[in-house]
Write a new protein. Structure first.
Length: 489
């Protein structure tokens, strides 16, 4: 069995695929010490200050001399990222993207506006945290009353909507307005309190008028029994949400891609596998959304080189630069990543994490940049403004219009989000240890290669889009989180 893996011949480190002991041979070097799965080993001597190469790119510099066969990690490797970058427009030649010979379609809900949902649900969105539990009570009662009339009734509680100002309040309103437009929601109930900053009339004004017939509202302070009123209005919405599934092609799918709890194998197995699915969706004419902007730092030029034109390049530069400034404005280094779990799993620097993370977007051209709360319009690969936080970024993906999310992980998480979220383990050990969380084992690519795994995962995507439940859905894991950036009154 292979014990180590390099990506390109220029790499100066290899990643361990299994736990190994001192004296074992990995990629033509003998280990000087025990090294765990997902960790890195030096393939040759690396001098202090010299760049360390993985994925064919620098992931930082050695902080001391490193001998061949030595463990390379936080004790002898440091980031080289510093503040704002200087970017150059240098469009790369178009990639030849291979795709499966026969792409599966899926059975989706075709909406009046032409978009296609993967679920037919009623969503209940509170304008403010004060009525979050009220929304949940309405959902519980309505779901019991409606039975199988719709695919589900779900309330999305959050703590925001009041004591907010300016851009902060606008961000909350934009996310809720975009969620209210989602094609997976056959109807939407907005529940307000009455005295909050995020007033119902302002929220409705942020929602396009074409969507209003599928929306109902309840103002708790103005209602004698807001729960009873809410349940009645959900019943009205369910009576309107009578669309039935019909066969469509993958060009009608909007795919969000995300990683969370990554490990040293994420960039070798799960993320490049998801990249192949992204390319398949792109080749079919569908839409793919990539977010987690701070987890592009160190790899952003690779995405900029794939900009469809100079205008998109400029928008990518502005997106990345503004996010770096966000860190600076708060007195934080732009390299304040990876997380403790990432480090324990073998990821040392943000450059290493980012070079692995951007692979989820495949090799297609970047066709659009979306700001937080905006909805996807262009086909191809869009970059979406949102932080790396799992709940915040997946909520942003759903609000942008993703009708399914591929979520890669090396450590595991039970969280679920508004749309079907397929959890993909980077390693077989996680898939076997947490079958209640994980939907797909990407560790299989280490033995069987990418082609078979790609076909299997694409089949799972089509089945999920057609109604097959994910682990998170079966576990009742559904939540949103809103990116709060301003003062609290």
């Amino acid at each position: 069995m292979r014990t180590g893996l390099t990506i390109v011949p220029a790499d100066t480190v290899a990643t361990l695929l299994v736990d190994a002991t001192a004296g074992e041979r990995v990629e033509e070097v003998v280990l000087r010490e025990p090294i765990g799965r997902g960790q890195k080993v030096a393939l040759r001597a690396i001098a202090a200050g010299e760049p360390v190469i993985k994925f064919g790119f620098p992931i930082g510099h050695a902080t001391r001399d490193v001998a061949a066969g030595e463990h390379v990690h936080s004790h002898n490797l440091a980031t080289a990222l510093r503040g704002a970058g200087a970017y150059v427009y240098r469009p790369a030649p178009a990639n030849e993207i291979s795709s499966l010979a026969a792409l599966p379609g899926f059975d989706g809900y075709v909406r009046a506006d032409g978009r296609v949902g993967t679920r037919n649900e009623i969503w209940i969105l509170p304008t403010v945290g004060c009525v979050g539990r009220t929304a949940e009570r309405i959902a519980t009662r309505a779901a019991a009353m409606l039975g199988n009339q719709v695919d589900g009734v779900h309330a999305f509680n959050h703590p925001h909507g009041c004591s907010q100002l300016g851009q902060d309040l606008a961000g909350t309103r934009a996310i809720l307005a975009s969620l209210a437009c989602h094609p997976n929601a056959g109807g939407v109930l907005l529940v307000g309190l009455g005295c909050e900053e995020n007033q119902l009339d302002a929220l409705m004004a942020a929602i396009p008028s074409w969507r209003h017939p599928a929306i109902r509202t309840v103002t708790a302070q103005a209602s004698a029994d807001e729960v009873e009123d809410g349940v009645a209005k959900v019943a009205e919405l369910a009576a309107l949400a009578t669309t039935r599934r019909q066969q469509v092609g993958l060009d009608r799918l909007v795919l969000g891609v995300k990683c969370g709890g990554s490990d040293g194998l994420s960039g070798l197995t799960a993320n490049p596998l998801v990249g192949r699915i992204s390319d398949a969706i792109d080749a079919a004419g569908g839409q793919v959304i990539l977010t987690e902007i701070p987890e592009m730092f160190g790899a952003e030029q690779l995405l900029m080189d794939r900009a469809a034109d100079e205008r998109v390049f400029g928008e990518v530069v502005a997106l990345v630069s503004s996010f770096k400034q966000y860190f600076v404005d708060h007195g934080e280094p732009v390299s304040e990543n990876p997380s403790p779990g990432n480090v324990a799993g073998g990821i040392t620097t943000l450059e290493e994490k980012s070079l692995g993370a951007v692979q989820k977007g495949g090799r297609a051209a970047v066709t659009a940049v979306l700001r937080y709360g905006e909805r996807v319009a262009a086909s191809g690969l869009s970059l979406l403004e949102a932080p790396g936080n799992d709940a915040v970024s997946c909520t942003a993906l759903a609000a942008a219009g993703a009708t399914a999310i591929l979520f890669t992980t090396g450590r595991g998480t039970p969280m679920g989000f508004p749309v079907p979220t397929i959890k993909i383990a980077s390693n077989t050990a996680l898939a076997e240890r947490k079958p209640g969380w994980i939907d797909f084992d990407a560790g299989q690519v280490l033995d069987g290669g990418f082609a078979t795994a790609e076909e299997r995962l694409l089949g799972l995507v089509a089945a999920t889009a057609s109604g097959a439940s994910t682990a998170a859905e079966r576990n009742g894991e559904r939540e949103i989180a809103i990116w709060k950036r301003g003062v609290t009154l």
